[in-house]
Structures are given as C-alpha cells and as structure tokens.
Write a protein that binds this ligand. Structure first.
Ligand SMILES: Cc1ncc(COP(=O)(O)O)c(C=O)c1O
Length: 420
C-alpha cells in the first residue's frame, strides 16, 4: 500500500491529522537554515515551543514573588508535580495515584529496588534481559552486592538464542521453570534500547507473579512511544525518563509507577524524604514519617520546578495530540520506514527490530554489514541526525509528534545514496 516516492510521502503528510504538531517544535537546522532530518527522539526529544513560555512563567513568578511562589504562583510550586500527573498517567496507562515525576531514572530504579527487591537466603536472584541498558545492569548488580550477593550468583540473563538478536518469551518461561523458586525480581526493559524490541509486559508480570516474584519495567524507551498499559499489566513498579520521547529536555526528571495494590502499604521498606510525607503534616516537621498513599510516597525532595515546567509543556502538547492517535500514526510512519528499507533491496541492510508493530515502538535498529562509524558520519554530513551503536547498528526513531513521512523518505534516500 505504501509507495516509494517523495510525492506519496508528501501526500501522507497532507492528510495526516497530526501534521500541524511539527510546527509546535523547534526542528534543528543546518548552517544554511535547512531543516535536518531529526530521527533521534529515542535519545533526546525535540523542544516544544511551549517550553520556554512555561519556564518563563516560573522565572517571572520567582522574580516577582520569591518564596511566596510556593503558594501564590500561577502554578504554585508546592503541589507543582501534581499538575503533571494526570497527563503522564494517561500516556503510560496508569491511574494518577500510581504515577509520580521525580528524581531521575536510575535513582528511581534504586528506590524501587529498595522496596521491591527483598532477597532471602533462598529467593534472591534477579532476571534482566541480556542486553539491558548498562545503567540498569549496574544498578541491579549494585543492589545484589548491597545485599551481600555476588552478581555472578544472583543475576540471570534472559538471552536471545545463538544467532538471534531478539529475546523469546518462551525462553523466559524456561528460566522461570528452572529457577523460579530462587528468583525474587524480574527487572526488564519495556522496549530494548538496542534492538527496539518491545516485550509483552502483561505476560511477563503474570509469569513473574506465578512464581511469587516482583516485576518491574524500565520504560525509558517505552514512555511516550508504546502504550504500556501499566496498570493492567499488573507490574509492581516501573521507571522511565522524560528526555527521550517525552521531550522534557536534556537530563530532565524521571517518572515512576507503583501499582495501586501497594498504595496503602505503609510498612514498605523504603528510602524516605520529606516530600513523600503526608502533605497535611509535612511542615509540622516533628512527625514520624507518614507516607503519602501511592507513588508520591516515594518522593524524596522538593522538585526542580524549572525542569517540571518543561515536562508540563511537553505533556500538555501530548494531551492535545492524544496518545492513541499518536500511536496510530507511529505504527504507520515506522511501517513506511520499514517499507522503504525493504525497497532498497540492499544485501548489507538488516532490520533487527521485530516486524510486528505490536512488538516494537517507533524505532528501527538497522544493522549494516561491514559498516563502521563512518557510515554514521556520512549520514550526519548529509543532514540526518540518527544514532550509532557499536558495532554496526544505526538506530532511527521517527517520532509521530514532530516527524513527517517526508522525513522518513528523505532519510531512506540519503542512506541509499551513501550505501551506493
Ligand atoms: C533503557 C535506559 N535505562 C536507563 C537509562 C539511564 O537513565 P538516567 O541517566 O536518566 O538515569 C537510559 C538512558 O538513556 C536508558 O536508555
């Protein structure tokens, strides 16, 4: 149904109901003022034009009100994080009670493991996918060591089979059959950063719970990309960042999900701070820690408002676009990219991301035989912002909020010319 012409790509943009959202973002340009083909939202999302306005508002309130901005600001700083919750919860398929924006991804992962990884002498192992993002692996290994467990003994890797890149669910089932009684936690990336494979969150949660394990997900590459339906998945917890598909700006705050069934449990082992304490008595200062029910109870500190303002701007843009519509466009846009790559009929190219749209987000990971980083350099020189992963993979991620069918077409043309 797709066609390999610029005219066709332009036609798709003309009938795309979300096309106007591109104008709500700053698209990076080359030195001559031409828009670059930016396919790197899996690394850093682009800046919404609303962002500076929202940050400006907080700077002005700070200038005019000083400390009174906590209560008298146009968006008072005391409850500021609450202004983000509903939109964030909708994107990850959670209830507002289950979601909070705080800290950064790896910090949140540690906080969650303090609560949800409670090893005993017989049930102490953690399962991660073998090509998990290094920070996740470091965090998990350090948690094992913190409990006096050698990672060599405590870590189980869910690996692709020999000669394959993707993990098979049935292999995780085998791991659980063999070691389930010894496993305390499954900590899996929702969408793998390298292959772009999205895992079946509900199936993994159900499997883990069958063996009385806790189950957590890293949604760094899932939030704002796939529809993770976190509440229905039954996962115990999830963490993510907001600087990729959520366009919150470099190094912006992380997100955290704790399932509703844990909301009222005040006995949790957790690391605590005053921002997680009962809002009614927080400023009495002399009280025993009394956690806010739900994910908010894991907050530590009063949050950086300027970063939160940027995230609020982005989430408002998402809400206007509507996430269901975005996902629908995303499936088509990435499908078009896949079609154009297939059309190249080039022996050196192989997409390692799953073909099934249900098993991926917008990213395609393209393995290029015998290529080195020079290929990426040539693409960059040709005006494409993409991402290179050693040894031979280009990751491209058309984000449905600001990328167009024309972007995708231009990318494929530039790649085809370079490979020639
Ligand atoms: C899958 C995944 N996990 C963890 C991280 C680390 O995130 P942070 O530096 O915000 O802790 C990243 C960063 O890109 C990531 O892609």
């Amino acid at each position: 149904m797709f066609q390999n012409t610029l005219e066709y790509a332009k036609k798709q943009d003309a009938v795309d109901p979300l096309a106007s959202f591109r104008n709500k973002f700053y698209i990076p340009q080359d030195g001559a003022g031409n828009e670059l083909v930016y396919l790197c939202g899996n690394s850093l999302g682009l800046q919404p034009k609303l962002t500076s306005e929202y940050i400006r508002e907080e700077l002005d309130d700070w200038a005019e009100l000083g400390v009174e901005g906590h209560n008298q600001g146009r968006h008072p700083w005391l409850p500021y994080h609450e202004f983000l919750t509903e939109n964030m919860a909708r994107i990850v398929g959670a209830k507002p009670l289950e979601v909070v924006i705080m800290n950064t991804l790896t910090t949140n992962l540690h906080l969650m493991m303090v609560s949800f990884y409670q090893p005993t002498s017989t049930k102490y192992k953690i399962v991660v996918e073998s090509d998990a993002f290094p920070s996740d692996k470091y965090a998990v290994e350090s948690q094992l060591r913190f409990h006096g467990i050698d990672p060599k003994e405590g870590l189980i890797l869910w690996k692709p089979r020999k000669g394959e890149e993707l993990c098979r669910f049935e292999d995780l089932e085998e791991i659980m059959k063999e070691y389930g009684e010894q496993i305390a936690l499954l900590m899996i990336g929702s969408t793998n950063y390298y292959t772009g494979q999205s895992f079946p969150l509900k199936d993994i949660s159900t499997l883990g719970h069958k063996y009385h394990c806790k189950v957590g997900f890293d949604l760094a590459h899932g939030a704002g990309n796939i529809q993770p339906d976190l509440h229905d998945s039954g996962a115990d917890f999830a963490v993510w960042c907001t600087y990729k598909y959520l366009n919150g700006g470099p190094g912006s705050l992380g997100g955290c999900f704790v399932h509703e069934r844990h909301a009222e449990n005040k006995k949790f082992n957790r690391f605590t701070g005053w921002w997680g304490h009962n809002k009614k008595t927080r400023f009495n200062m002399r009280q025993e820690f009394d956690p806010i029910p739900g994910a908010e109870g894991w907050q530590l500190s009063n949050p950086p408002i300027l970063s939160m303002a940027a995230i609020r701007a982005s989430l408002d843009t998402f809400a206007e676009a509507d996430f269901q519509r975005l996902r629908k466009k995303s499936v088509k846009l990435t499908g078009y990219l896949e079609f154009l790559l297939d059309e190249m009929k080039h022996d050196a190219i192989r997409v390692i991301t799953p073909r099934n749209p249900e098993e991926r987000g917008c990213q395609l990971s393209i393995q290029v035989k015998d290529a080195d980083k020079n290929l990426h350099t040539l693409l960059t020189k040709a005006g494409v912002i993409s991402d290179w992963r050693e040894p031979d993979v280009i990751r491209v991620a058309p984000a449905p909020l600001y990328n167009s069918f024309e972007d995708v077409f231009k990318f494929s043309e530039k790649l085809r010319r370079i490979l020639k």
